[in-house]
Design a protein around this ligand. Sequence first.
Ligand code: GTP
Ligand code: MG
Length: 180
Amino acid sequence: MSLRRRTLLKVIVLGDSGVGKTSLMNQYVHKKFTQQYKATIGADFVTKELQIDDRLVTLQIWDTAGQERFQSLGVAFYRGSDCCVLVYDVNVMKSFDTLDNWHEEFLKQANPANPRTFPFILLGNKIDVDGGNSRVVSEKKAKEWCASKGNIPYFETSAKEDYNVDPAFFSIGKTALANE
Ligand code: GTP
Ligand code: MG
């Protein structure tokens, strides 16, 4: 099989503080999870090699601070992204309600050539908590939101249990590659 030149894809992960952005990335890239919360300060990226069809791609995944006071880098690095991943916690209504803001703010700052078709992906994280008994946002409601934004793909995940993390990021890679 011939593998073409490696492609670098830039992905930005956004969402409220505590929804599990860093945990999802750690699980995906390092296969590690910790219960301990350490707020992300500023923004940093990790990379992961991925084969998609006959292409070798490098996902450059930018983890960002959900807490406003730690968003010290500003948002200049949103520019040039190939995909934006929005994360909320299925057990916290506010983290779902703020998705509109994250979505809007991203488009405003990244200023992509075609905002209407720019690829987003939504992850509903922490589905493991309390065996699903404390969830307050239904899958139906999440999918309705996705439909209202032009059919954003949706995945339910658990960074803790490593549930659906690989499939979600593979889809993120595919989507970013298609948009590249
Ligand atoms: P900021 O950096 O402040 O924006 O937060 P974040 O979105 O990066 O959240 P982080 O990954 O730090 O996770 C917050 C807390 O939730 C930590 O205590 C994690 O251990 C926990 N957590 C993350 N994902 C899951 C999950 O899927 N299930 C459970 N039960 N806990 C999780
Ligand atoms: Mg974080």
